[in-house]
Design a protein around this ligand. Structure first.
Ligand SMILES: C[S@@+](CC[C@H](N)C(=O)[O-])C[C@H]1O[C@@H](n2cnc3c(N)ncnc32)[C@H](O)[C@@H]1O
Length: 234
């Protein structure tokens, strides 16, 4: 924990990858084109129409710049070989994961084809080639795919922020855990519903250490560690 906090969470070094992330975001924020989106799950609290401007999606749906830098450092620190992202949107976090470990194999799931297509072409423009984009509804994918292989060492849960969906994905993915697995849940305090999901996850017998960064709930399954819940503001 000490190592993770000092060498990763509070690492103040300005990595060159941060400017790639900045440029990725900038080009989306400058993109005034509209796309037709398919709304899923808990949906958006911001948009009413299904025609949305790319710049506005980038502003409201994606990972913040500060969080992206932290996600980059976490990926760089753990060097997971296999990563799953649940909720691609425009790929702001996908590109971060990719840059964090260029040797990893990343699978990212997104239900909205038009949004995913933008993410895919943005990543190609940045030469981020270790990503497989899967256009699918999350639960049908997680129920139907053979999840035992590969064992994702890092999973970023960032789509459908409802209690039921979060706990369903948690259960569906449990067979893939190893001692090294790290799971990151976004928006654990977003609603009462998500608070309850987070409490259930923390109390699960397979979960040992958790870290609450307020925005994220980070989960570890290391059997050698005592069950302990940390709160760390990053
Ligand atoms: C919060 S956004 C992801 C943001 C992205 N990880 C980032 O940091 O830029 C959530 C995405 O999940 C997708 N989504 C939500 N529920 C879904 C479901 N049940 N199946 C498939 N896609 C879903 C939405 O279309 C949306 O693009």
């Amino acid at each position: 924990m000490f190592d993770l906090v000092t060498k990763c969470f509070y690492d103040k070094k300005k990595y060159p990858e941060y400017s790639i992330l900045k440029n990725y975001r900038k080009s989306l924020l400058e993109n005034k084109n509209f796309i037709e989106v398919t709304d899923f799950g808990a949906g958006s609290r911001v948009f009413k129409s299904n025609k949305r401007q790319i710049s506005k999606i980038a502003k409201t749906a994606g990972i913040s710049p500060k969080r992206a830098e932290l996600l980059f450092r976490i990926t760089k620190y753990f060097q997971p070989e296999s990563i799953l992202e649940i909720g691609t949107s425009l790929g702001l976090a996908t590109s971060t994961l990719s840059l964090g470990n260029k040797n990893s194999v990343i699978k990212t799931l997104e239900g909205c084809l038009h949004t995913m297509t933008i993410a895919k072409s943005q990543c190609q423009l940045q030469n981020l080639n270790n990503i497989e984009f899967v256009n699918t509804e999350f639960s049908s994918y997680l129920k139907n795919s053979k999840l035992q292989t590969p064992n994702y060492q890092l999973i970023y849960f960032d789509g459908n922020h409802s209690k039921q969906a979060t706990l369903d994905y948690f259960e569906l993915l449990l067979p893939t855990i190893t001692n090294e697995t790290v799971w990151i849940f976004d928006d654990i305090h977003w609603s009462k519903d998500m608070e309850e999901a987070w409490e259930t996850i923390k109390n699960h017998p397979k979960v040992t250490v958790t870290i609450d960064t307020f925005q994220w709930g980070i989960v570890f399954f290391r059997t050698e560690q005592e069950k302990e819940h940390f709160t760390i503001r990053v």
